[in-house]
Design a protein around this ligand. Structure first.
Ligand SMILES: Nc1ncnc2c1ncn2[C@@H]1O[C@H](COP(=O)(O)OP(=O)(O)OP(=O)(O)O)[C@@H](O)[C@H]1O
Length: 362
């Protein structure tokens, strides 16, 4: 068979030389295990890398992000293992932390920023109050911490004095979101997990924030996990990309490989359905059919009912990951045929695309 040359992988956690977070067989259920909205997901995140996680709405991206911090919204239940490797070489088993330990972990090691800053801020408290309250709650030195807050706000091209002295509603959406990113970093976490952090903002502000995140990542050696449905947006920032379909990862690869040489028919369809300035409109193709609800996930490959290459094998055997390139894992029995027969019309994203047209940060 065509794919025999590839190594079949049974070790789900993707290879990593210096992982900071390892998710092993993570599952989330809201109905005592009848259905799963995160279904046996394993992935390692390398220290200092930027991982972009993409997928259609409802594919489980938020569950993936929240699982890293054991922050699944109630009454969801998370099982599996989340390991966090500290700088000092010790390892934290996140799902075994006490509520108090978890509270510290979430700000001091791994911080999270969600879409819609407005709902994260208390509207009756000035922005400066949020920084002070956070520092006090973690027994941090407030004077030192506020100096750090000012530096972070300035890093994000905000006027620290003005922003700290403002109520959240006095700031624009883009300023609020940047203030929230500064707040999430005030306790010097190593990892920043962002779930659609720019979704509510206009295109220019999205690009601008991405450029600032890139600068922050370099300045503070951050590891970033960026969740979005907007593939071109995160492709401009990510070192590695992961694609989710039906509550599971289906492909993980270095950014350029995922965009230029993906092996999964779904990833290729996703790329071809993405609005792209370089591709003629007539080449843009919507993905036919719908992704399954948790109750209807088919057996075998969950993409098989929509896949032009599906065979009996796909309907019967859920594909493991195949190693389809260096650091490139693809959960498809027919990855070689996908590359041969499904043409791509998505042009690779220029690295400097993030910086384009972003002079006005305010
Ligand atoms: N509180 C809940 N109870 C039951 N099911 C839920 C709950 N929250 C989310 N889900 C389900 O979990 C699945 C995954 O949701 P998730 O929010 O992770 O998707 P997503 O890919 O982030 O989508 P979006 O891009 O729309 O935010 C969906 O089918 C959703 O309906």
């Amino acid at each position: 068979m065509a794919h025999e040359a590839a190594t079949r992988r049974d070790d789900d956690p993707m290879d990593a030389t210096d992982p900071i977070i390892e998710m092993r067989n993570a599952r989330v259920t809201y109905d005592d295990g009848e259905t799963f909205v995160l279904d046996d997901v394993s992935m390692a995140v390398e220290r200092n890398e930027v991982v972009g996680v993409v997928g259609e709405s409802g594919s489980g991206k938020s569950m993936f992000a929240s699982a890293m911090l054991d922050a699944i919204p109630d009454p969801g239940r998370l099982s599996g293992e989340i390991l966090y490797h500290k700088d000092d070489g010790t390892t934290i088993d996140v799902l075994e932390l006490s509520p108090e330990e978890l509270r510290k972990f979430r700000w001091e090691e791994v911080a999270m920023v969600f879409q819609g800053a407005m709902s994260s801020f208390n509207p009756t408290m000035k922005v400066g109050g949020h920084f002070e309250e956070t520092l006090k709650a973690h027994d941090a030195d407030v004077i030192e911490g506020m100096a750090r807050a000012e530096e972070l706000l300035a890093d994000l091209y905000l006027d620290p004095e003005r922003v700290l002295d403002s109520y959240p509603h006095e700031l624009s959406g883009g300023m609020q979101q940047r203030a929230l990113i500064a707040l999430s970093l005030v306790l010097e976490p190593n990892v920043l997990v962002m779930d659609e952090p720019t979704a509510a903002l206009d295109l220019l502000m999205q690009r601008s924030i991405l450029m600032l995140l890139q600068e922050l990542q370099e300045k503070y050696d951050l590891t970033m996990v960026f969740i979005t449905h907007d593939l071109p947006l995160v492709a401009a920032l990510a070192d590695r990309m992961a694609v989710m379909y039906a509550f599971d990862l289906i492909e993980v690869a270095p950014r350029d490989q995922l965009i230029g040489d993906s092996g999964h028919p779904y990833t290729r369809a996703l790329l071809n359905s993405t609005p792209n300035l370089d591709a003629p409109l007539e080449e843009m193709r919507a993905i036919e059919g719908q992704s399954p609800a948790p109750i209807n996930v088919p057996s075998g490959c969950s993409y098989a009912p929509r896949c032009p290459l599906a065979t009996e094998e796909c309907r019967e055997v859920d594909p493991e990951f195949y190693e389809t390139g260096v650091g490139h894992s693809t959960a498809c029995h027919h990855w070689e045929r996908a590359r041969e027969t499904i043409d791509l019309n998505f042009e690779a994203v220029e690295d400097d695309a993030v910086g384009a047209d972003t002079e006005d940060h305010a």
